[in-house]
Write a protein that binds this ligand. Sequence first.
Ligand code: 5AD
Ligand code: FES
Length: 346
Amino acid sequence: MSNIETINKLKNEQSASRRELTALLQTITDDERELLRQAAQKTAQAVFGNKIFIRGLIEFTSYCKNDCRYCGLRRSNKNAVRYRLSEEQIMSCCKAGYSLGFRTFVLQGGEDAFFTDEVMCGIVSAIKREYPDCAVTLSLGERSEDSLRRLFEAGADRYLLRHETADEAHYARLHPPGMSGAHRKALLYRLKEIGYQTGAGFMVGSPYQTFENLADDLLFIKELSPQMCGIGPFVPHRDTEFGNMPAGDLKLTLTLLSVIRLMNPRILLPATTALGTIHPNGRELGVLHGANVVMPNLSPAEHRKDYALYDNKICTGDEAAECIRCLSRRMEKTGYKIVCERGDYQ
Ligand code: 5AD
Ligand code: FES
C-alpha cells in the first residue's frame, strides 16, 4: 500500500495497520506530509474551529525519586538544582495565571515523597475552592491507585502520564530496572476508570526507538483512547548517558501530530515545549499540523531554569505565561486564536 493510500485511509477514519503506519513514518515525502498536514488541520478545525486552548504549567518540584535514563531531573543527577514550591507559592502562580486568562492549571513535578496524598489533596482542594471555574491537571508520575482516587476526590480533573513508549523492551532500555512499561500502561487504564480526563504520550526520537515502536505508540493511543496526548521530540541532557545522542526530528514529530489528529479527531493535542525548543516556530508548526493546545510556563521565573528535563529548554521568551500576548500574536499570525476556557474534552 502506498503512503497516499494510507493517508487516505486515515482521512476517512479507517484503521491503518502497524505495517502501513511504520512505512508511512519511515518513507513519507515532503509533499505527502503536506497532504497529511492539510487533512489534520482540517480535522482539528472541524472540531475546535480556530481555537487554541492554553494550560498554565506550574513545575512545582524538581525532586524526583526516579532515575529515568533520559531525564535531567533523574535522582542520580547530582548537578540538578532541586527546589520545591510551597502551597502559598503554588497559589500565587494560580493567581497570576488566572488574571492572565488561564482556566486550567497543570501541576507537574518529579516523584517527590514530600508531596504525600495529604499535602497534594490539600493543594488541589485549595485551588478548586479559590478557582471553582478552573480545571486542575496533575502530572505527578506513578502513584498508587488509592492515591490517584483520593486526588480525584479532592477535585483533580485531569492526569497526564506519558507512557513514553508502548514497547516494553524499548521502555526497559530507557528506564532503570524496577520500572515497567506494562505497569505504566495499566495505570493509564486505571486513571480513565477513576474518571480523570487522561493524557498519555511519548517522546519522538528517543534512544533506540524504531519506526515500529512509533507505530505501536499510535496503535496504543488508539486503543487507550485518552482525552489528551502529549508528544515531543527527545532532547538530550548533558548530565545523562544519552547526552551525546541526537534530538528527535522536527518533521517526524510533526508527522506524528498529524497522524494522531486524524486517528483521534477530538483528542486534546499540545504543541509542546520540547517542540518549541528544537525549532523557533516549533509550536506554531505543531498547531498547523493538528495540535490545538499550548502550555505556557507559570512557574516562578527564578526556578524555571532548574526544571531542566533536557538541555536548552525554552523558558525566558514567548513560552512564558507573562508573554501570553506575544504567544497570542504568534498564533493569530497563524490564523488561530487563544481562548480563555477550560477546554475540556468534548
Ligand atoms: N527530552 C524530551 N522529553 C523529555 N521528558 C523527560 N526527559 C526528556 C528529554 N530528555 C519528557 C518525558 C516526561 C515529560 C514530563 O517530559 O516524556 O513524561
Ligand atoms: Fe523523574 Fe525525570 S526522572 S522527573
